[in-house]
Design a protein around this ligand. Structure first.
Ligand SMILES: [Zn+2]
Length: 356
């Protein structure tokens, strides 16, 4: 799949759109879990407007835009990414003259429009590929995420360590209707073999989406990074309440299962209103959510929410972090189950850092 190789043009347009979303309006109606499609179509015509798909870049922009406007948890591109020269594309997408027409015409269809969800049935994971042609990868893709990692079959390799060059950020948090997501401030980067990916957001799933030897953990945090060429790298930090199997290998910290301080700060500040981004004036440090042992598995996968775009570089940390039962229960009250089913691994290679 080549769709992820977007040019600066498409990065520009998506970045601008996200700026619009954060600044204002579009997250509100679309990301509400209560579907109100007709109203949404009428109130927010921009969100329903599709740019003419004249090139794969445009399609990428459109797919990303739809994803963002639906409040999905997996892509955020900031206005800060924008190089100069964004204006023509901004104009093209922002004041789409066909907006009214496009929104008004398919009202009947909109009545039947289905929001994607994690619940089986219409809109459920098996249906994602049918919801929009932009989601075709969800059903037809061959390198989808999440997957089960069979440790015995992973290739043990001398991989360059991941360098987490993270620094604190003002908290910006949103319940986007699919997950709790934190937008991260600029200046925090992940170095992968000399390539720099900027941390843009992180979000949560319950249970963990990825499985190790067939087992999912209580939760997972996905740290989403983007290279300036548009490519994504996601770090999965597994979260568990369970006592350590082997303290040396799988666990760190005291004997007591304590909550994670950062998670607690986040839960304290989850907005009461879905789709509303809150900036409570708190500073957070993502380093508090990294395990001490930075060994990992890596494979090529996809976004695990529509549009399921492929060519995403995944890193699954081998060592989970600890969270308290109460912290898991609190997330459960917001999202009892927001994990996509495991996808076929196919002939993909999974590599594992050696020596741990
Ligand atoms: Zn995720």
């Amino acid at each position: 799949m080549k769709t992820i190789n977007c040019t600066p043009r498409s990065v520009v347009s998506v970045g601008f759109l996200l700026g619009m979303l954060i600044a204002g309006n579009a997250l509100s109606s679309d990301s509400n879990t209560t579907p109100a499609p007709v109203k949404a179509a009428a109130d927010a015509p921009k969100a329903k407007v599709a740019a003419p798909a004249t090139s794969s870049d445009d399609q990428m922009s459109k797919a990303l835009f739809e994803k963002i406007s639906k409040g999905s948890g997996d892509i955020v591109i900031r206005t800060g990414d924008l190089p100069a020269g964004a204006a023509p594309i901004e104009a093209k997408v922002a004041d789409k003259p066909k907006a009214t027409k496009a929104a008004a015409k398919p009202v009947e269809k909109e009545v039947h429009a289905v929001q994607w969800s994690y619940i089986e049935g219409p809109g459920g994971p098996e249906d994602w590929g049918n919801l929009s042609k932009d989601n075709l990868a969800c059903s037809k893709g061959k390198t989808q995420s999440p997957i089960n990692i069979n440790v015995d079959r992973a290739v043990k390799a001398e991989l360059s360590p991941l360098e987490f060059l993270y620094r604190p950020s003002p908290l910006s948090i949103v319940d986007n209707g699919h997950t709790v997501m934190v937008n991260y401030g600029e200046g925090s980067n992940l170095m992968v073999d000399g390539r720099q990916y900027r941390l843009v957001q992180f979000h949560f799933h319950k249970p963990s989406e990825e499985a190790i030897n067939g087992e999912r953990t209580d939760m997972v945090a996905h740290l989403v990074h983007q290279h300036h060429d548009g490519n994504l790298a996601v770090v999965a930090v597994l979260m568990t309440t369970k006592p350590p199997v082997s303290p040396k290998k799988y666990w760190w910290g005291s004997d007591e299962v304590k909550g994670n301080a950062l998670i607690q700060t986040l839960w304290n500040n989850v907005p009461l209103t879905k789709g509303k981004t809150e900036m409570p004036g708190v500073t957070i440090d993502i380093n508090q959510m990294l395990p001490a042992d930075k060994s990992f598995f890596t494979y090529m996968g996809s976004l695990e929410t529509p549009p399921c775009t492929e060519n995403v570089l995944w890193f699954v940390m081998k060592t989970p972090i600890f969270v308290s039962e109460e912290q898991v229960q609190n997330f459960d009250r917001i999202y009892p189950m927001n994990a996509r089913p495991l996808q076929p691994k196919g002939d993909r290679l999974i590599k594992e850092t050696k020596g741990n």
